[in-house]
Design a protein around this ligand. Structure first.
Ligand code: PLP
Length: 399
């Protein structure tokens, strides 16, 4: 292209020079950020075949993007999927997985009561007005789930492997069998468990979704999500995406892929730190209750042992402050010097959030109480710091 360009006017050079080069045979060691919205070929015949999906190739960024493809291959590999789709947020991933699941199934959902606040809101304020009703059930009560599936005959069952913020563990294996037997697609939000602790498709789920914003990217600098689909559901996911375009931008794809390279190292450390913090909190007189699947009093001990690798019980803890309401919780959190008081989780730094103010703000106080989310409950996401420093910070804030 260079030669032709030199004889052109500067206005024309500005939009053509240096661009549209073919790679000269070298392979970059990491996937570059491809920002191109569309792609060209030497022969229009080739582009025609790419558009027609007769041959693989890139044509338009809503359909395919080399940066996203790198990330998507990585995600599919981590969770034994046939395909993965990187989406603009975790919520887009949840919405889109449900849309794909329900398209050729019955328009009803059986969902866990222990879902992320925005997911509950999505079911009630988007799916319900569109005619998709959700029946909520305690996902840890297998008899209740079986009964709900038999009564509703849902098109999809939606659960979070580890619930937010009470960290209950769903019997994903049993529920996958119940859902599959009833012809329902199981959609698992695996954000808290991550592929290191559980791979939903290996247990029979149709779709696994993540907020990439959390443990997978891990540095608090990306908003993104992903859906991983099994063989049977891969084609519908990809073809819906071509039409609706929920895709992640290439910059965020790059950051996510970069983050995932150290995800297993980070997550193991986060799990070990969480375990030590939970045990310390459990012995503190100012704390009345600690929710953590690694503690002996956790109600889902047997399910955790069955589903998770030994030593990994997640990096999320929630706990109740003794005799505390909103003012006492605010005072405690404002005294923290190291622990970051911010929404989100899964970052390299330890974070704390007040569910009643943030993740479950839009859930009515009555529903919150029914869910077991008291005004004295806080949630902690363990980071990768030296754990003694985190414990010292909690100790001085509780003193
Ligand atoms: C954060 C989160 C989401 C939503 O993800 P965004 O990236 O914020 O859109 C969904 N599910 C769970 C379990 C989450 O923690």
């Amino acid at each position: 292209m260079e030669k032709k360009v030199t004889s052109l006017n500067i206005q024309t050079k500005a939009v053509h020079a240096g661009d549209r080069k073919k790679p000269n045979g070298a392979i970059p060691v990491t996937t570059p950020i491809y920002t191109a919205a569309s792609y060209i070929y030497d022969e229009l015949e080739t582009l025609d075949k790419v558009f027609g999906q007769e041959i693989p190739g890139d044509s338009y960024a809503r359909y395919d993007n080399p940066t996203n493809r790198g990330l998507e291959e990585l995600l599919a590999a981590l969770e034994s999927g046939a395909t993965a789709l990187a989406t603009s947020s975790g919520m887009t991933a949840v919405q889109f997985a449900l849309t794909a699941a329900l398209l050729d199934r019955r328009k009803s959902i059986v969902a866990s009561t222990g879902l992320y606040g925005a997911t509950i809101r999505m079911l009630q304020s988007i799916f319900e007005p569109l005619g998709v009703e959700t029946t909520f059930v305690d996902i840890c009560d297998e008899t209740a789930v079986e009964k709900a599936i038999a009564e509703v005959k849902p098109g999809a069952v939606l659960l979070e492997t580890i619930s937010n913020p009470l960290v209950r563990v769903a019997p994903v294996d049993t529920i996958a069998k119940l859902a599959n037997a009833a012809g329902a697609a199981l959609v698992v939000d695996n954000t808290f468990a991550t592929p290191l602790m559980l791979r939903p498709l290996e247990l029979g789920a149709a779709f696994s979704v993540h907020s990439l914003t959390k443990f997978l990217s891990g540095h608090g600098d990306v908003l993104g999500g992903c859906i991983i689909a099994d063989e049977a559901n891969a084609p519908i996911l990809r073809s819906l995406s071509r039409t609706a375009g929920p895709v992640l931008g290439p910059f965020e794809s790059y950051l996510s892929m970069r983050g995932i390279k150290t995800f297993p190292l980070r997550f193991e450390r986060q799990c070990h730190n969480a375990c030590q913090i939970a045990n310390w909190l459990n012995n503190h007189p100012g704390i009345t209750k600690v929710n953590f699947p690694g503690l002996p009093n956790h109600p889902d001990q047997a399910v955790s042992d069955r589903l998770f690798p030994s030593g990994l019980r997640g990096a999320m803890i929630s706990f109740e402050l003794k005799d505390a309401g909103r003012p006492e919780v605010f005072r405690f959190m404002d005294r923290l010097k190291l622990v970051v008081r911010a929404t989100s989780l899964g970052d390299v730094h330890t974070m704390m959030l007040y569910p009643a103010m943030s993740s479950h703000r839009d859930v009515s106080p009555a529903t919150r109480r029914r869910m077991g989310i008291g005004d004295n409950l806080v949630r902690l996401s363990a980071g990768i710091e030296q754990v003694e420093d985190v414990i010292a910070d909690l100790a001085q804030a509780l003193a």
